[in-house]
Design a protein. Structure first.
Length: 247
């Protein structure tokens, strides 16, 4: 049975301030929790689950002393989902090393503020083998519960590092930088790349001028229809599918 202090603590982790103070984040649902439990880089702290989920899991996967059995009604009290799903786990946040920008493709997110969009972009990066995402500090928190759910487990494989993108670019003057813009060269005519940074801008404002000035290679997804714009995650998927070397 959950006590009031436990409920209050878990509910507080919906806010970035308290996640940062505790150094943890929340994951919900059988599929993603199971996937993250098998990820070497992630350490579970506490797991709150209904009896059905506990019985379905091998003890070696779950670990000892961290599982608390709860009733469906108790899970509803601590869940951020509209329909709670068997298990809520608290994981310790991973600590990522200083970003290595050489000899790889790095995705740069400039002010992506919607957590769902952010998490989906991380998932797309994982699909195309991008292992490192640099996010401006005004971007959404990848450990926001909605962002975590949207990554669908990719948060265990993609390093998301919060830095000042213009500073990083200036520190690597020979590194190609590509920017998703409305008036650049056609993406479909671009050569595939094996190294460099690909910048995706804010959903409504695009890429900030300071960063845009450091990205000489503007690329555009040619528009055929009448839609005003593309969702940032959709645009990221299209760009990576045409620009990143698949070999």
């Amino acid at each position: 049975m959950l006590v009031k202090s436990q409920v209050k603590y878990i509910q507080s982790l919906g806010q970035k301030k308290f996640r940062d103070e505790a150094g943890v984040f929340i994951v919900e649902g059988p599929k993603i929790v199971r996937e993250l439990l098998s990820a070497p880089a992630l350490q579970p702290v506490e797991i709150y689950a209904v009896k059905e989920w506990i019985l379905s899991m091998p003890a070696a996967v779950v670990g000892e002393g961290i599982v608390v059995e709860v009733k469906d009604t108790e899970l509803e009290r601590i869940s951020s989902l509209s329909t709670p799903n068997q298990v809520l786990a608290i994981f310790r946040k991973p600590v990522f090393p200083v970003p290595d920008l050489e000899n790889r493709v790095t995705l740069v997110l400039d002010g992506i503020q919607d957590p769902g969009n952010f998490g989906t972009i991380v998932r797309i990066a994982d699909w195309f083998g991008i292992r490192q995402v640099i996010a401006s500090r005004d971007s959404a928190d990848v450990f926001n519960p909605k962002a975590v759910q949207s990554t669908m487990g990719s948060i265990s494989r993609v390093e998301v590092i919060y830095e000042d993108p213009p500073v990083l670019i200036r520190q690597h003057p020979g590194l190609p930088v590509y920017a998703a813009v409305l008036n650049g060269s056609s993406l479909f005519a671009a050569q595939r790349i094996e190294r460099g940074m690909i910048v995706i801008g804010n959903e409504s404002r695009g890429i900030r001028p300071e960063l845009l000035a450091l990205a000489p290679n503007g690329i555009t997804i040619p528009r055929v229809g009448e839609a005003e714009s593309l969702n940032a995650a959709v645009a990221t998927g299209i760009i990576l599918s045409h620009l990143v070397n698949r070999e």
